[in-house]
Design a protein around this ligand. Structure first.
Ligand code: AHR
Length: 498
């Protein structure tokens, strides 16, 4: 039995809703044959799949990062606006992109979902000037050729895009136009200056690494122009072990899940920038990715025949309760770090290893989707103090076969800034055992309701015509100090006391 005590009058921080953000890339079936499919009977007059939009609205998607990823590092935005769209060969994923989905379509998508747009610029083959021209197109009222071009394209009002990222993973050898630390510092400085000269209201981020030299150089050169520092992490980078979702190995990754935040926080503090620059964890996910380098834009290939043997990202059986438990553990950690983490973007939102899977006839909500639904819709925005008696530990083998000891429960206490009540997020990582918790509160609670996600088995997953992983609601007894609540094995739970 684990005793949890909550002190609702002691506030530890207020999280920004942007930590429940997402990412969509011109990669695989995320855009074309994904959200944007003008030929589908399920699409609206603008070419967007209405079933996907509806699912995205339900998890609110407070901010959406686009267009890449690696894709952006040879992307030229000017070829994808206006009447004259020029198809181009996407050198990151080695397919033709028709450029029929560009900036105007992205902004329309954000409007339909109700998301804040977050544009990532080309710092691979692109220039500081091209980046600042993009800000002109989006944010200037009517001065200059680019704002006038937007107006000509039917958008009288500026898009007012506030969040911009300079480049993607430009430190990586895999990225087109990768840079050395010195080159990066210079390019970010010049780009940031020009972008802020166009619109001083924009907030800028640039890629950091959990690497002291790279970050030091970036922050020394550009700290004064940056509002965000961007970090990425995928926890399963070995494609061979990704074939089957191994629950224990996945859960092993939850140990020290916020190490990158801790490292970057330390550096920001040492440089006295922690009050100025926040962390944007703008790509994260449990699963790594294979290289699916076909998509249906390759004309003449019947969709049924186009699955490439390497294209395992879209195999729904890989996205199980392990992904749900991992995702909830990550979100708990970001909530706890909410003084410095202002944004996080699950990568990606759709298809590949996303939380929504789409096919010709409909969509599948994978286990991770339900975690966002729970956290966005049932958990408070204010992190409050809680403490617990000793939590039972569990032993798991990590992907290299090494044994690790983990606490089996991950508990986060919250309340709301705009309504009364308290909500606990309780993640039970234990694959096989229920856990009983007792809850006491310094403060009041009333009606207690548990919203949970639990698949019958730790390997449960959703697929076309298979809905094993769902959110359920259970009304519990009225609140009383020391009340006992049982949580199921391999489960994600929100317990509201309203
Ligand atoms: O999502 C695939 C790639 O993963 C992204 O393009 C890149 O940013 C990350 O390495």
């Amino acid at each position: 039995m684990v005793q949890i005590t909550i002190n609702e009058s002691r506030i530890l921080g207020t999280r920004d809703k942007m930590i429940y953000g997402h990412f969509i890339e011109h990669f695989h079936r995320q855009i074309y044959d994904g959200i944007y499919d003008p030929n589908s009977p399920l699409s609206d007059q603008d070419g967007f799949r209405t079933d996907i939009i509806e699912a995205m609205r339900k998890i609110q998607v407070p901010i959406l990062r686009w267009p890449g990823g690696c894709f952006v590092s040879s992307y030229h935005w000017k070829d994808a606006v206006g009447e004259d769209r020029k198809p181009f060969f996407d050198k990151a994923w080695r397919v033709e992109d028709p450029n029929t989905f560009g900036t105007d379509e992205f902004i329309k998508l954000c409007e339909k979902i109700g998301s804040e747009p977050y544009i990532c610029t080309n710092a691979g083959t692109g220039t500081a000037e091209e980046m600042s021209d993009w800000v002109e197109y989006c944010n200037l009222e009517n001065e200059g050729q680019y704002a006038k071009w937007r107006i000509k394209n039917g958008h009288q009002e500026p898009f007012n895009v506030k969040y911009w990222s300079i480049g993607n993973e430009n430190y990586g050898s895999w990225e087109i136009g990768a840079k050395s630390a010195e080159e990066w510092g210079r390019l970010v400085l010049e780009s940031a200056k020009m972008m802020k000269h166009v619109d001083p209201q924009v907030e800028l981020s640039a890629a950091a690494l959990p690497d002291v030299d790279w970050n030091l150089n970036l922050l020394k050169h550009c700290g004064e122009f940056l509002d965000w520092i961007s970090i990425h992490e995928y926890w399963d980078m070995v494609p061979e072990v990704n074939d089957l979702a191994d629950y224990e190995a996945s859960i092993a990754f939850t140990q020290n899940i916020d190490h990158a935040v801790t490292e970057v926080r330390g550096l920001l503090q040492a440089m006295k920038l922690d009050k100025k620059i926040k962390i944007a964890f703008d790509e994260w996910n449990l699963r790594s990715w294979h290289h699916p380098n076909v998509h249906t834009i390759k004309q003449g290939i019947d969709k049924k025949d186009y699955i490439d043997p390497r294209d395992k990202n879209d195999d729904n059986s890989q996205y199980t309760m392990a992904d749900a438990v991992f995702t909830a553990s990550f979100l708990n950690a970001m909530n706890r770090n909410c003084d410095i983490v202002g944004m996080a973007n699950f990568a990606p939102i759709l298809n590949t290893r996303g939380c929504i899977y789409s096919h010709d006839e409909g969509i599948v909500l994978r286990s991770t989707y339900h975690v966002f639904d729970l956290y966005v819709n049932y958990l408070g925005d204010t992190i409050i103090d809680s403490w617990s008696s000793e939590v039972p530990s569990m032993t798991v083998q990590n992907k290299s076969g090494k044994e690790l000891e983990l606490e089996s429960l991950d508990i986060l206490a919250t309340k709301w800034s705009d309504q009364n009540g308290v909500a606990l997020a309780v993640v039970n990582k234990d694959p096989d055992n229920n856990q009983t918790i007792t809850v006491s509160m310094v403060g009041n609670g009333n009606k207690v309701t548990l919203y949970g996600i639990n698949g019958e088995s730790k390997n449960s997953f959703n697929d076309v015509d298979q809905n094993e992983v769902v959110i359920y609601k259970e009304a519990l007894d009225d609140f009383e100090n020391n009340m006992e609540i049982e949580v199921k094995p391999h489960s994600v739970n929100i317990i509201q006391m309203l």
